[in-house]
Design a protein around this ligand. Structure first.
Ligand SMILES: [Zn+2]
Length: 366
């Protein structure tokens, strides 16, 4: 008889653990080699380098540059090559395969259809191409022995004026692996209430949505996203920390908004490396995820932009283990939090939790 022992926590074992990802941008996770090949195929001539290693470094340096202009430039290159049906299928398929290889068992991957119509595709064709790519990637992952379910979130750009159209698109495709809706882009100056029509329409349609809020901008953005727009989840929500003060004896005290977020179990889609790059947190060790986890907010761990941040679910969880000393029980808690918060029918969420996540961690816990 062998005595079961707890698996050591390292990149290899963490990669083998089942993981759930709710916040990942399709245009933020393109493989460098694919970017170079698609640039050649589509005649895109503006890439900063045609060497995969150098290009990956350029993306990482730009993301850490502290310059918003340089950070946004990185997306102009990925979006620049994602303008044809073939390119979208390839990027979407590889995204699923990369996530599956990283041990992700369920993911919601978001993209903004309005950014992919520069070369003649219409919004429906963009959505259809990405969904076809997800389906192809899921089959390829299965062939490699990895079971994964990936759904799409349709994003509208908060500075633009197409949110109602994109929200209608999300409802139209909701039975074809489009799980919900999101708004993204520059937060300051573009409050979520600017898109209130879209959110009210989605509520009347019993549809799900998350809102990027409390990343670059503070509490008013989170408050609007929840109390005016009724977001189901918060994209990042890091600044909720501004509504938590420490008493003289060090006891955390929650303001009314922070208490609401915790009481209502509002999921926070946190992406530690990305939050450090955009200045929403000083470092992983000082990231509010530490306190928010201690206070048992509904915290989830995410990648946001795998290419720009040079990260994966495995590397994010490994970084958190190193910074906060988390163990398998904590990683399972993040994972179950994410699965509970997914835009997937309740019974299907439960099945993944009971049949995939719990047994997966039980094996690692020994
Ligand atoms: Zn994001």
């Amino acid at each position: 008889m062998t005595i079961a022992t707890t698996a050591e926590l390292n990149e290899v074992t963490i990669r083998s653990a089942p993981k759930v990802l709710l916040h990942d941008h399709l245009d933020g996770g393109v493989r460098p080699v694919t970017l170079i090949e698609l640039a050649v195929q589509t005649g895109y001539g503006d890439l900063p380098s045609t060497d995969p290693g150098e290009l990956a470094r350029w993306f990482s340096e730009s993301a850490y540059s502290g310059s918003l202009e340089r950070y946004l430039e990185t997306f102009s290159h990925t979006v620049g090559v994602m303008q044809t049906r073939e390119a979208l299928i390839r990027v979407a398929s590889e995204c699923v395969q990369d996530l599956a290889a990283d041990g992700v068992v369920y993911a919601e991957v978001r993209f903004a259809p309005e950014l992919h119509v520069e070369q003649g595709l219409d919004l429906d064709e963009v959505v259809q191409a990405v969904l076809d790519g997800f389906a192809a990637g899921t089959l390829a992952a299965a062939a490699a022995g990895k079971k994964i379910r990936v759904q799409a979130l349709l994003t509208a750009m908060r500075h633009a004026a197409r949110s109602s159209e994109i929200a209608a698109l999300a409802v139209k495709y909701r039975d074809q692996e489009v799980a919900g809706f999101d708004i993204a882009g520059a937060e300051a100056g573009f409050p979520p209430t600017r898109h209130l029509d879209a959110f009210e329409y989605l509520q009347r349609e019993n549809a799900h949505f998350t809102i990027h809020a409390g990343e670059a901008f503070g509490l008013p953005s989170i408050w609007e996203a929840l109390q005016w727009c009724s977001a189901d989840r918060l994209g990042h929500g890091v600044r909720i920390i501004d509504d938590i003060t420490l008493a003289a004896d060090g006891t955390p005290q929650l303001g009314r908004l922070a208490a609401y977020v915790r009481d209502k179990r509002i999921p926070l889609e946190m992406a530690p490396t990305s939050n450090v790059q955009t200045g929403a947190a000083e470092s992983i060790a000082e990231h509010p995820i530490g306190l928010l986890t201690r206070l048992r907010f509904r915290v989830t761990v995410n990648t946001d932009n795998r290419l720009m941040s040079g990260c994966s679910m495995t590397s994010e969880m490994t970084a958190l283990v190193q910074a906060f000393g988390y163990d398998w029980t904590d990683l399972r808690w993040f994972t179950i939090n994410a699965m509970k918060s997914a835009f997937l029918p309740f019974d299907e969420r439960l099945t993944i939790i009971e049949e995939v996540i719990k047994p997966g961690y039980a094996a690692l816990l020994g």
